[in-house]
Structure formats: structure tokens, C-alpha cells
Design a protein around this ligand. Structure first.
Ligand SMILES: [Zn+2]
Length: 287
């Protein structure tokens, strides 16, 4: 892939005024640049490359899990929602929840089934329509376009969204505005400072613009905390989970099996070191 245009991302997505330096990690779109203040890694993709890559989930299926990953999806979603409810100290039935970038509604389906009063926003018209056809309440468009009133929601979820944005700070400030005082935002994103990312370098699947449908901004626990602070949110809890060297289908079955065993052994130490592959941040709007 040849990069012949200007960078789509020109400044740190976390809102730092500091400069960007070459990270030494070179992707097909060009080198990842590192914010000297928060360590965020930023893509060198052009706007055209970025927009092309976004097409991956812009369809009626969206991010619905396939049959083999449905039970894992349900289990992971239930665990995250349980932590949200615990952070709020409330029963699901009393929690008004907004899933931002809900795609075709996989997360919302589980949330509604568990009793949450959940709705979503989604810019892909096809994916949003799939969600509505399943009986879910979904606004088609970007969060700012939905124009929710101040202090509308008890909880907001951003599941694998912020890594797709060049202005994550703008989105988080809007989330903070529509969140009730005491409300909680859950942000999940790949951890660019994970052992997995460090071991794999440019081959880390999380860095792949096209395979991941537009990943351009790569967080670490520190940059997420800075994003929270600049949005007026307090860190309730940040955790990292899992070591994963290959995504399914990325390598031979034998290698995948061996990498999986190695990853299992490293899961707990990675979690203790804040170096797991998946970064989950629970952020609270102060009372
Ligand atoms: Zn930064």
C-alpha cells in the first residue's frame, strides 16, 4: 500500500498539544507516530485509506458474532455489564444505557436480555437497520447528531470504538455531557502497550487498518486515563485482560494452537502487569 497523501490523523487523538515522533513500528500505510506526552500511537494512513478500511463493518451484518463465537460474546458482554452495574450499585432494570457505535446490535441484544434499558447510536444505516429489525432502539448517525439532553444516561458503552477516531476527546466530552452525575462510561480498546503488541510489533493484528476496519489510534492505560481526565471523568477502574498472539485464521492451525497455550500461561501475569491485550476502562462522571 503506497501512501501518497497527507496524514488523516495530524494530532494526538487524546488532545495532547505535544508533538508526534516516529515509533519505529512501520505499517503498510507508513510509520506509527507516538505522542511524546501520552504515548498514544497514531496511524499514518491518508483519509482515503481510512475511509476505504471503514467499509468492512458498513453492512447489514455489522459486528454480529458468528455461530462459533456467540457464547463467548454473550459471556464477555455479561461480565462487562455486571461490572458496570456493580460500579453504579444498581440493578440492571434501573440503568438507562447507551451503546455508542452499536453496529447491528450484538451488545444491545445481550444488554436488553439481561434487563438493562439499553439503546444505541450507529452511523452505518444498514447495520442500524438490522438492529432495529431485531426490536432494538437505535439512532442512525453519529453521537453528536442524536442531540441527547444533558445528564440522560446512567451508563454509556464504547466497545472497540475509540481506536477508530482521530478525535477521541471530542467523543468522550460528549459522553460526559450526556452522562448523569455519578454515571459510568465503559471504554474497551486494544492495549497498544500489551505484551502481545510489543512482541508482535508491526504484525500485531490490532494495528491492522484494513483487517480491523479502520484502526488508526492506539491507546495504552496511561493515555486512556489522560483522555478521561480531559473529559472531566474520573478513573473508577482500568484493567487489561488476555494475551493473544494471533487472531483466528491469521496463521496455521498448529501454530494457532501452540500460541494459544503460551497465551493461557501468560494471561494472569499480563493482567497483573497491566499488559493484557484488551484494555477496559470504567470511567465515572463525578457527582
Ligand atoms: Zn497524547
Amino acid at each position: 500500500m503506497k501512501n501518497s497523501g497527507a496524514h488523516y490523523v495530524t494530532a494526538c487523538a487524546v488532545g495532547c498539544g505535544a508533538g508526534l515522533r516516529d515509533s519505529g513500528i512501520t505499517l503498510p500505510e507508513g510509520p506509527l507516530r507516538r505522542c511524546v506526552e501520552c504515548g498514544q500511537l497514531l496511524s499514518s494512513a491518508t483519509e482515503a485509506q481510512y475511509l476505504r478500511s471503514l467499509g468492512r463493518f458498513d453492512n447489514t451484518a455489522g459486528t454480529l458474532p458468528d455461530a462459533t463465537s456467540q457464547s463467548r460474546h454473550d459471556k464477555n458482554t455479561a461480565r462487562r455489564l455486571g461490572k458496570l452495574a456493580a460500579a453504579l450499585g444498581r440493578a440492571p432494570e434501573t440503568i438507562r444505557l447507551l451503546d455508542v457505535g452499536c453496529s447491528s446490535g450484538a451488545f444491545l441484544r445481550t444488554a436488553c436480555r439481561l434487563g438493562y434499558r439499553a439503546e444505541g447510536v450507529e452511523p452505518s444505516a444498514d447495520a442500524a437497520q438490522t438492529a432495529r429489525a431485531a426490536g432494538l432502539k437505535v439512532f442512525t448517525g453519529y453521537l453528536e447528531q442524536a442531540q441527547f439532553a444533558d445528564a440522560t444516561f446512567d451508563a454509556i458503552t464504547l466497545i472497540e470504538i475509540v481506536e477508530h477516531l482521530r478525535d477521541a476527546l471530542g467523543l468522550m466530552r460528549e459522553c460526559a455531557r450526556i452522562l448523569k452525575p455519578g454515571g459510568v462510561v465503559l471504554v474497551t480498546t486494544p492495549n497498544a502497550r500489551s505484551w502481545t503488541a510489543r512482541a508482535m510489533g508491526a504484525r500485531w493484528a490490532g494495528f491492522s487498518l484494513n483487517a480491523m476496519g479502520g484502526h488508526i489510534s492506539f491507546f495504552n492505560p496511561h493515555s486512556i486515563a489522560m483522555l478521561a481526565a480531559r473529559s472531566g471523568l474520573a478513573v473508577h477502574h482500568i484493567e487489561t485482560r488476555n494475551v493473544r498472539f494471533f487472531e483466528r485464521g491469521q496463521c496455521s492451525r498448529g501454530l494457532h494452537a501452540a500460541a494459544k497455550i503460551a497465551a493461557e500461561l501468560l494471561n494472569w501475569p499480563a493482567r497483573l502487569a497491566g499488559a493484557g491485550h484488551d484494555l477496559h476502562a470504567y470511567l465515572r462522571r463525578p457527582l
